[in-house]
Design a protein around this ligand. Structure first.
Ligand code: HMG
Ligand code: MG
Length: 292
C-alpha cells in the first residue's frame, strides 16, 4: 500500500553546500560527509556536479568524490550536469541519476550557465540522450522559481514556460525540481507558482528546493504540503548557496525539515540521529555552526 503520509527528502548538502564554500574542501572530507549521510537512509543524496572547474573550482574533484564514496543500497547518488562533457564524466563516474539545471530568469541563466534559457536547453539535448541510453533517471531544475537575484520578481508563467521546455526536451520523463534560489519566498508566492506548474505536472510529482535566507522555508513547506507536494530538498546543517546567486543563503536544514515533518505526522524513513552526526561533520568542515 502506498503511504500517503510519506515525504521524500533529497539531501543536497554535499553539492549545493560545498559548491559555495570559499575554501576548497578536500575530497576525503566530502566523502566522509556523503558516507555519514548515507547511513541516514535518504532516498537520494546529491553528491556533486560535473561542471566546469573554471566556473566552480570547489567541485573540480567530482570524479574522485564519486569514486571514494560508499554507496548504500536504496539510496540514489545523483549529480548535476550542464552539458555533454558533464554527462560523459558523470557516466564514467557511474552516477545513478543525472540532473540538468536551467532557470526561469534569463539573467540568472546567463550568469550561471553562460547561456540563454534556450541555449541551455539545447546543451541538455545530448545529456538527456546519454542519460536515457544509460537507463538513468533525470531531474530538471528550474532556478529562480519565485525571484531572481538580478531581475527581481519572476512570474509563475515564466516558471511554467521553463518547466514546459524541460518536459518537452525529455518527453515528459523527467522529475521537475523547482528552485527557490534566493530563499525569500512566502507561502502565497509558492502556492501561486505551484498552481501554474500544476497545469503541466501533477503536484505530487514536483520536488521543491527551498533556500532559507529569510527563515520562511518551513512555512513554505507547510503550504506546499497542503497543495500536495510530497518531495523536498534540504541540506544537513543548512549548508547551501549558489556562487552565481548573490544574497542567497543556505538550503532549508534537513534537521529542521525532519522535526517539522515528524510533528505533522509525516514519515520520511530518514534517521534523525544519523543526520545530526552528518551535520556535525558539515560544521567541522565549514568551521561554522548549523545555519550560520
Ligand atoms: P562556458 O565557459 O561557456 O563553457 O561555461 P565552455 O564550453 O566554453 O567551457 C569552458 C571551459 O570549461 C573549457 O575548458 C571546457 O572544456 C570546460 P578550457 O578548454 O577552457 O580548459 N568545461 C568543462 N569541464 C568539465 N566538465 C564540464 C565542462 N564543461 C565545460 N562539464 C558551463 C559553460 C555550463 C560549462 C559553465 O557555465 C558551468 O560549468 N556552469 C556551472 C554553474 C554551476 O554549477 N552553478 C551552480 C549549480 S546551479 C544551483 O546551485 C541552483 C540549484 O541549487 C537550484 C536552486 O537553488 O535554484 C540547482
Ligand atoms: Mg540550490
Amino acid at each position: 500500500m502506498i503511504d500517503s503520509r510519506f515525504v521524500r527528502i533529497t539531501e543536497v548538502g554535499p553539492r549545493d553546500g560545498l559548491q559555495n564554500e570559499t575554501d576548497i574542501v578536500p575530497p576525503r572530507e566530502k566523502i566522509a560527509l556523503v558516507d555519514a549521510l548515507g547511513t541516514a537512509g535518504f532516498p537520494e543524496i546529491e553528491v556533486t556536479s560535473f561542471v566546469s572547474p573554471r566556473w566552480v573550482p570547489q567541485l573540480a574533484d567530482a570524479a574522485e568524490v564519486m569514486e571514494g564514496i560508499d554507496r548504500r543500497p536504496g539510496t540514489v547518488y545523483s549529480v548535476l550536469c550542464p552539458n555533454q562533457k558533464g554527462v560523459e564524466r558523470a557516466l564514467e563516474a557511474d552516477a545513478d541519476k543525472i540532473s540538468i539545471f536551467t532557470a526561469a530568469s534569463e539573467s540568472f541563466c546567463q550568469r550561471n550557465l553562460n547561456a540563454t534559457i534556450e541555449e541551455s536547453i539545447e546543451r541538455f539535448r545530448p545529456v538527456v540522450e546519454s542519460a536515457r541510453a544509460a537507463g538513468l533517471p533525470m531531474r530538471g531544475y528550474v532556478s529562480c522559481a519565485v525571484e531572481c537575484p538580478y531581475e527581481g520578481a519572476v512570474s509563475p508563467e515564466q516558471v511554467g514556460e521553463t518547466v514546459r521546455r524541460l518536459l518537452a526536451l525529455a518527453d515528459g520523463d523527467i522529475e521537475i525540481a523547482l528552485g527557490e534560489t534566493l530563499g525569500v519566498a512566502d507561502p502565497d508566492q509558492i502556492e501561486a507558482m505551484l498552481e501554474e506548474v500544476e497545469i503541466d505536472v501533477p503536484v505530487a510529482a514536483i520536488d521543491l528546493h527551498l533556500h532559507d535566507t529569510r527563515g520562511k522555508a518551513l512555512s513554505c513547506v507547510e503550504r506546499a504540503l497542503e497543495c500536495g507536494v510530497r518531495a523536498f530538498d534540504s541540506s544537513c546543517a543548512g549548508l547551501g548557496g549558489c556562487p552565481f546567486a548573490p544574497g542567497a543563503s543556505g538550503n532549508l536544514a534537513t534537521e529542521a525539515l525532519l522535526d517539522f515533518l515528524e510533528e505533522g505526522g509525516w514519515t520520511t524513513n530518514v534517521n534523525r540521529d544519523a543526520v545530526l552526526a552528518a551535520a556535525a561533520i558539515a560544521n567541522r568542515i565549514t568551521g561554522r555552526k548549523s545555519g550560520e
